[in-house]
Write a protein that binds this ligand. Structure first.
Ligand code: ADP
Length: 615
C-alpha cells in the first residue's frame, strides 16, 4: 500500500504532491470483485445478446439469396414466400431473445456499478475522517470533495459499465470476424489490413487522454477548492464586497480546465475522423473485391451483403472500444488519486488502549519539556520546552500576546497533534498510549465559536456522549445547567428544532450555551476553554459565564483567558510568549512581580486589549 507516503510530510509534501501513484488495472477491477456472481450472469447475458445480434445479418443474407435466386415459376414463387416467411419468424424469435438478454446485461452491469461506487465512497470517507489533523491543514477541502464525488464517479463507470461495453465490443468484434471468415476468408484478410494502423492510433490516443485526464482533474479540483472556500465564507465575501473578485478567481480556475477540455475536444475530433476514414476506406476495398467475387460466382450476393453488414458491425465495435479505452485511461488517473487517499495511513502514532484512571476521578494533566512545530511549518518551533502541571480539579489560565502559543497548547492536550519532543500525560499516562475514545471522553474543548451540526438541538447536545447517558431528561438537565433550556423551549419544536448549517439559526451566545450543555452531558474530567474573540452583549455574557462556572466545578480546567475575572479565579496563571512560559503564579503574585502580566492587566483595565492580546 501507499501508506508510507505521507502527504503532510511538511512544506514540500503538500497536497500538490505529484508523486505518481501507480495503480494496477487489477486493483481497479478488484473493486468489482464482490459483484462477481452478478457480473458472471451479466457476461452470459452479454454473450447471448451478442450472438443474437450477429445472427441477424446471416438471416438477412439468406433472405436476399432466396429472393434473387428463385425459379421463375408460380410454384417457385410460392415456395420462396414460404421460405422468406420462415426466415422472418426465425428473425423475430432471435430479436426477442436478444432484447431480453440486452435488458439483463444493462441492468446487471449498472446495478453492480452502483454498489461498487457506494462501497468506494464509504471506504474513502472512512479513511478521510481518520487522517490526522495536520493532513487537513495542508489539504484543501474542495479537493477532497472532488475526490469523493467526481473521481469515484469516473471509477464507477470504468469498473463496470465500461467493462460491460468492453466485453460487448470485444465479443462482437471476435464473433463478427469469425462469421466473416466463414463467409469469405479472402475478404476478411483484406479488411484486417487496416488493423495495425488503427491499433497504433488508439494506443497513442489513450496515452494522451490519461495524461490529460490527470491535468483536467487537478484543474477541476482546484476550481472546487475555490468554490468551497468562497461559499463557506460567504458572509465575509459579502461583507468585503468581494463577489466580483471571487468570481474572477473561480473563472480563472475554470478557464484552465476549459483550455484542457478544448484541447481534448480537438484531438478527440481528429481521432474520430481518422477512425471513420480508416474504417470506410477499408470498406470501399471490400466492396471492390467483393463485387469481383460476386460477379465471378465466388460468392453469392446474399453472402456479400451480410459480409458488408458484419464488416460494419465489427468496425463500429472497434470504434466503441477506442472510446472505452479512453474512459479506462481516465479511470486509471482517477484511481491513482482515490487509492492514494484510500490507502493513506494517518502519520500520527495510533492511539493505544490504556484507560489510566478507569472510572475513578482523576484529571491530572502534565506537559513536560514539550517542543512543537506544526507539521505544515516544520522549521518553526511554536512551543519551545513548555512545562505545565494541572492538578486534578485545578484551574490554569493561559494569557499572553496573540500568536504566543496558547491555542497550540490546548491543541496538544486534545491530541490534535503530537509534540516532536517531550511528553504530555493524563493521569501519568502519555497521551498516545491512551485509548482514543477514552481520551476524548475525558478531555473536551469548549471554544467561543463552537461548531454545531445541522441537526436538532437535542442531537447537538448529545454529540459524543454515550447513547445510554443521553436520555431526553439528561439532555434537558444539561441544557438547564447551561442556561439554555429557556431559549430552547421557546423554539417551535423545542429540542427537536434544527439549528441550520453550522448552527446559523442560533445567536452566538445560544451556540455557546449549547456547546456548554454538550460538555456538561459528556462530563469530561479535563476542560479546555477558549475565551477568545467573541463579543457578546452583557446579558448573554452573564448567562454564558454563569454556565461556564457551573461546568468548571470539580474539573481540571485549562482556560485561554481574556477576562480579568477568569484569571482572578484561576489557581495558576501562566504567561505564554513566543512559545515559552515566561511567568507563572497566582494573579496576586504576578501583579506583585510587576512584569509582563502586570502590564497586560494594566492595559486591560485601561480598556485596551484583552489578556490574550487580541482586541
Ligand atoms: P495564541 O493562541 O497564543 O494566539 P497560537 O497557538 O494560535 O497562539 O499560535 C502560535 C503560532 O502557531 C502562531 O505563530 C501561528 O501562526 C502558528 N499556528 C497556529 N496554528 C497553526 C497551524 N494549524 N499550522 C501552522 N501554524 C499554526
Amino acid at each position: 500500500s501507499g501508506g508510507d507516503d505521507t502527504v503532510s510530510g511538511g512544506g514540500k509534501g503538500d497536497s500538490r504532491d505529484t508523486h505518481v501513484y501507480r495503480v494496477s488495472y487489477r486493483r481497479l477491477f478488484q473493486l468489482a470483485k464482490p459483484e462477481l456472481l452478478v457480473l458472471c450472469f451479466a457476461v452470459v447475458a452479454l454473450f447471448v445478446s451478442a450472438v443474437a445480434n450477429l445472427a441477424l445479418p446471416t438471416f438477412a443474407g439468406d433472405v436476399i439469396d432466396a429472393v434473387t435466386r428463385h425459379p421463375d415459376t408460380p410454384e417457385g414463387k410460392a415456395a420462396t414466400y414460404v421460405k422468406v416467411n420462415q426466415k422472418l419468424v426465425q428473425i423475430v424469435a432471435v430479436v426477442i431473445v436478444g432484447s431480453i438478454a440486452t435488458s439483463m446485461r444493462v441492468y446487471l452491469f449498472t446495478s453492480a456499478s452502483e454498489r461498487v461506487v457506494a462501497r468506494l465512497k464509504r471506504d474513502l470517507f472512512g479513511s478521510l475522517v481518520r487522517q490526522e489533523v495536520a493532513f487537513f491543514d495542508v489539504t484543501r477541502t474542495g479537493e477532497l470533495m472532488s475526490r469523493l464525488s467526481e473521481d469515484t464517479q469516473i471509477i464507477k463507470n470504468a469498473v463496470t459499465l465500461n467493462l460491460s461495453e468492453l466485453l460487448r465490443g470485444i465479443s462482437t468484434a471476435l464473433l463478427g470476424l469469425s462469421y466473416m471468415f466463414v463467409k469469405s476468408w479472402r475478404l476478411t484478410c483484406l479488411t484486417l489490413v487496416i488493423v495495425p494502423a488503427v491499433a497504433i492510433g488508439i494506443r497513442q490516443y489513450g496515452k494522451y487522454l490519461k495524461e490529460l485526464s490527470r491535468k483536467t482533474q487537478a484543474a477541476s479540483a482546484a476550481a472546487a477548492a475555490v468554490a468551497e472556500e468562497c461559499i463557506g465564507a460567504i458572509r465575509t465575501v459579502r461583507a468585503f464586497a468581494q463577489e466580483g473578485s471571487e468570481s474572477e478567481r473561480y473563472r480563472e480556475k475554470v478557464e484552465v480546465s476549459l483550455t484542457l477540455g478544448l484541447h481534448q475536444a480537438c484531438v478527440g475530433g481528429l481521432f474520430s475522423g481518422g477512425m471513420f476514414a480508416a474504417a470506410t476506406l477499408s470498406l470501399v476495398a471490400v466492396m471492390w473485391y467483393g463485387a469481383h467475387l460476386a460477379v465471378s460466382g465466388g460468392m453469392s450476393p446474399g453472402s456479400l451483403a451480410s459480409f458488408i453488414i458484419y464488416a460494419l458491425t465489427v468496425g463500429f465495435s472497434v470504434a466503441s472500444l477506442a472510446g472505452i479505452y479512453a474512459t479506462v485511461m481516465k479511470a486509471l488517473g482517477a484511481g491513482e488519486r482515490v487509492f492514494h487517499l484510500l490507502d493513506r495511513e494517518p502519520s500520527m502514532v495510533k492511539a493505544g488502549s490504556k484507560r489510566p484512571m478507569g472510572d475513578e476521578a482523576g484529571g491530572e494533566v502534565r506537559l513536560q519539556k514539550v517542543w512543537f512545530a506544526y507539521p505544515s511549518r516544520p522549521s518553526r518551533w511554536v512551543l519551545k520546552g513548555v512545562n505545565l502541571t494541572l492538578l486534578p480539579g485545578s484551574k490554569l489560565a493561559l494569557v499572553g500576546p496573540s500568536g504566543g502559543g496558547k491555542s497550540t497548547i490546548a491543541n496538544l492536550v486534545e491530541r490534535f497533534y503530537d509534540p516532536q519532543t517531550g511528553v504530555i500525560t493524563l493521569d501519568g499516562c502519555p497521551l498516545p498510549e491512551i485509548s482514543h475514545d477514552y481520551l476524548h471522553r475525558q478531555i473536551s474543548i469548549v471554544s467561543q465559536e463552537p461548531v454545531l451540526f445541522n441537526t436538532t438541538i437535542a442531537e447537538n447536545i448529545a454529540y459524543g456522549s454515550e447513547p445510554s447517558a443521553s436520555s431526553a431528561t439528561a439532555i434537558q438537565l444539561a441544557a438547564t445547567m447551561a442556561n439554555a433550556h429557556e431559549f430552547i423551549s421557546q423554539f417551535p419544536e423545542g429540542y427537536e428544532n434544527l439549528v441550520g448549517e453550522r448552527g446559523v439559526r442560533l445567536s452566538g451566545g445560544q451556540k455557546q450555551r449549547i456547546a456548554i450543555a454538550r460538555a456538561l452531558l459528556m462530563s469530561p474530567r479535563v476542560l479546555l476553554l477558549d475565551e477568545a474573540t467573541s463579543a457578546l452583549d452583557a446579558e448573554s455574557e452573564y448567562l454564558v459565564q454563569d454556565a461556564m462556572d457551573r461546568l468548571m466545578v470539580g474539573r481540571t480546567t485549562l482556560v485561554i483567558a481574556h477576562r480579568l475575572s477568569t484569571v482572578q479565579s484561576a489557581h495558576v496563571v501562566a504567561v505564554v510568549d513566543k512559545g515559552v512560559i515566561v511567568e507563572r503564579g497566582s494573579h496576586a503574585e504576578l501583579l506583585e512581580r510587576n512584569g509582563i502580566y502586570a502590564g497586560l492587566v494594566r492595559r486591560q483595565l485601561q480598556g485596551g486589549t484583552g489578556l490574550g492580546g487580541t482586541a
